[in-house]
Design a protein around this ligand. Structure first.
Ligand SMILES: NC(=O)c1ccc[n+]([C@@H]2O[C@H](COP(=O)([O-])OP(=O)(O)OC[C@H]3O[C@@H](n4cnc5c(N)ncnc54)[C@H](OP(=O)(O)O)[C@@H]3O)[C@@H](O)[C@H]2O)c1
Length: 157
């Protein structure tokens, strides 16, 4: 609702409005459920996703468990009481990534970038190794209908 109101003001002022940076990843899909993606699309603006790896959860680091002291971002606070269920989801997603010859991080980014309403993502890697791992997502950005359905089923389970 706020973005729709802001976009109207931008229109009135003839101010270019090209994008909105919000938290969006496989685990936090508020941008879909609130209608934000649709509002942006209606105004020919894109969603720039920050936290695309859910602050690191959507990598191969937490496949054996999410430590009690993991600093969950407020947008992922729903995970706190369901850590085991989310670890199971991460492992199921990782299996799909492996079938595609990708890392879980690469799958998570390909999933975001498949949507033309998401023109860019802001990744938070602090090592060259992680950065290179992440940019290799460009090697395989296409997800089949079967893969998307399998991902949807894991996320909604
Ligand atoms: N989260 C927010 O509230 C927020 C708000 C506005 C803007 N931003 C900006 O958005 C950017 C990303 O945000 P974020 O840090 O929340 O998001 P993120 O990209 O979802 O997660 C970053 C975490 O993932 C790890 N990681 C990245 N690539 C990896 C790989 N290939 N394998 C294993 N681990 C990997 C990083 O570890 P290493 O550090 O060890 O590489 C780091 O712990 C930052 O520049 C931030 O300033 C964030």
């Amino acid at each position: 609702e706020q973005t729709a109101a802001i976009a109207e003001i931008f229109d009135e002022l003839h101010t270019p409005f090209i994008g909105n940076q919000v938290s969006y990843n496989m685990l936090n899909r508020e941008a879909e459920t609130t209608g934000l993606l649709d509002v942006l699309d209606a105004h020919h603006a894109g969603l720039i996703a920050y936290g695309p790896l859910a602050e690191g959860l959507l990598t191969d680091r937490y496949l054996d468990g999410i430590p009690a002291d993991f600093p969950l971002h407020r947008t992922n606070s729903f995970i706190a009481d369901n850590r085991e269920a989310y670890v199971a989801k991460l492992n199921a997603l990782n299996a799909i990534a492996q079938q595609r010859g990708q890392t879980l991080a690469q799958l998570a980014m390909a999933w975001l970038l498949r949507d033309p309403r998401v023109p860019s993502i802001v990744i938070g890697a602090s090592s060259v190794e992680h950065l290179l791992d992440n940019v290799r997502v460009a090697d395989n950005m296409t997800l089949s209908a079967e893969e998307l359905a399998a991902i949807e089923s894991i996320l909604n389970d």
